[in-house]
Design a protein. Structure first.
Length: 277
């Protein structure tokens, strides 16, 4: 006969803590997930731990996109995206772009119980290796040329190319360059030089990026106030103001008028005299 089990807490025994949490353990035989203490006890955001625990409990093939996670959690897209970036930076989550036999590109998400716990085996054709890195001295290595950038200010493209020379991590794709182009053009139109824009974008960057650096660059372009436009220079020689004539009293009508000659009559009184003459 099987021994009966009870979930009721037993009487406190010697050594029971008088403060803090006391666990009432239940042996689970189904519908449970094993998660390492290193993950659930990591310091940081509770949203990150909750997202990690939820992903760990899902079966293989379940959607874990930002839209799918936002539909499950009450947190918004910003917090969910930040949680995924933190898990990716910590080594628990990995997103790979793989090419199918049809030539289409898909993104596969891998979740590790332990960071670096193994290399997942692909269930499809072997992904094609990425193209070889371009030489550092290539002039357009930081921004690939394309039709989307054909109408962008050449000075803005020069700014994107200069970022990599300051920090090799700041390599932008064409899509990312198109995203930053309007803000950079606005700075250029405000009179900020390309050198100043590059210095602002590359000043005191973090040692590690949680995601693509385009997010930090877009934030700095959006949140950094534009400098005041330079004051227009004053001319070397200001034009002299015309001399103000003194007030005189007309001898004919005794009306005040301005004239440099004393005893002269006003214009109205001078006209009849000229006409009679």
């Amino acid at each position: 006969m099987a021994e009966s089990q009870s979930n009721a807490p037993s009487r406190a025994h010697a050594g029971t803590p008088t403060s803090g949490v006391t666990h009432i353990r239940t042996r689970l035989a189904a519908d449970f997930t094993v998660i390492s203490n290193a993950l659930v006890q990591r310091r940081g955001s509770a949203v990150t731990i909750g997202v990690a625990a939820y992903i760990s409990s899902l079966p293989d093939g379940a959607p874990v996109s930002i839209a799918a996670l936002c539909a499950h959690f009450s947190e918004g897209e910003i917090l969910i995206s930040r949680a995924l970036r933190e898990l990716e930076a910590a080594g628990y989550l990995e997103r790979r772009r793989e090419r199918l036999a049809s030539g289409q590109i898909r993104t596969r998400t891998y979740f590790y119980d332990v960071p670096g716990g193994g290399d997942p085996e692909p269930d499809g054709p072997t992904p094609e290796p990425p193209p070889p890195a371009r030489k550092p001295d290539a002039p357009d290595a930081a921004v690939p040329a394309g039709r989307a950038l054909s109408g962008v200010d050449p000075q803005a493209i020069a700014v994107f190319a200069s970022l990599r020379r300051v920090d090799p991590r700041l390599v932008l794709s064409e899509r990312e360059a198109v995203r930053l182009a309007p803000a950079v053009c606005e700075w250029l139109a405000a009179g900020v030089s390309p050198h100043q824009i590059t210095a602002t974008l590359t000043d005191r960057l973090p040692d590690h990026f949680l995601g693509r650096p385009v997010g930090i660059l877009a934030f700095r372009l959006r949140e950094t106030p534009l400098p005041a436009p330079p004051a227009s220079p004053l001319p070397d020689h200001l034009p002299e103001r015309p001399a103000v004539l003194p007030l005189q009293t007309c001898d004919g009508c005794e009306r005040a008028f301005r004239s440099a000659v004393r005893g002269e009559r006003c214009r109205d009184c001078r006209e009849p005299v000229r006409a009679s003459a």
